[in-house]
Design a protein around this ligand. Structure first.
Ligand code: UDP
Ligand code: MG
Length: 136
């Protein structure tokens, strides 16, 4: 049975700054993801705080929100069979040092904080995150 899903992907400031936007989009397309919608934006720190609210008690929360709002990002709705897990696999581990060969974070990630991409971690969160950036 087919299980087409949508997930939210973000190309983070470190990757946009290095002009990796098109390279990363090509990787997604070559892996069979369709980019249903996309926009390049810069968000306020307060918006980043809302987006990453699940991490509000973590020691890295403040720096993370500063960082996500520090420069332009590209937010995209990706669609594919089993897109949520497929995107997580293609992104690789949170820490690029632990990411497998062939993953985006292995190829482009600089450090655990500057790891080039975000991807929703569940179907439920994908819906919430897509709404966060693309509702109205
Ligand atoms: N992060 C960090 N330090 C840590 C753990 C996470 O700076 O020790 C950042 C990192 O950029 C990561 C984001 O916080 O992508 C969200 O963390 P999460 O555990 O959700 O990782 P992800 O889902 O992005 O792999
Ligand atoms: Mg996460």
């Amino acid at each position: 049975m087919s299980n087409i899903e949508q997930t939210l992907s973000i190309i983070k400031p470190d990757a946009v700054e290095r002009n990796l936007e098109n390279d990363i989009k090509e990787i997604f397309k070559n892996k069979g993801f369709s980019i249903l919608n996309e926009k390049k934006i810069q968000i306020e720190k307060t918006e980043a705080e809302k987006f990453y609210k699940v991490h509000e008690t973590k020691p890295f929360y403040n720096d993370l929100c500063e960082y996500l709002s520090s420069g332009p990002i590209v937010v995209m709705i990706l669609e594919k069979e089993n897109a949520v897990l497929g995107n997580r696999e293609l992104m690789g581990a949170t820490n690029p040092q632990d990411a497998l060969e062939g993953t985006i974070r292995k190829k482009y990630g600089i450090s655990i904080d500057k790891n080039s991409v975000h991807g929703s971690d569940s179907v439920e969160n994908a819906k919430i995150e897509i709404d966060f950036f693309f509702k109205d």
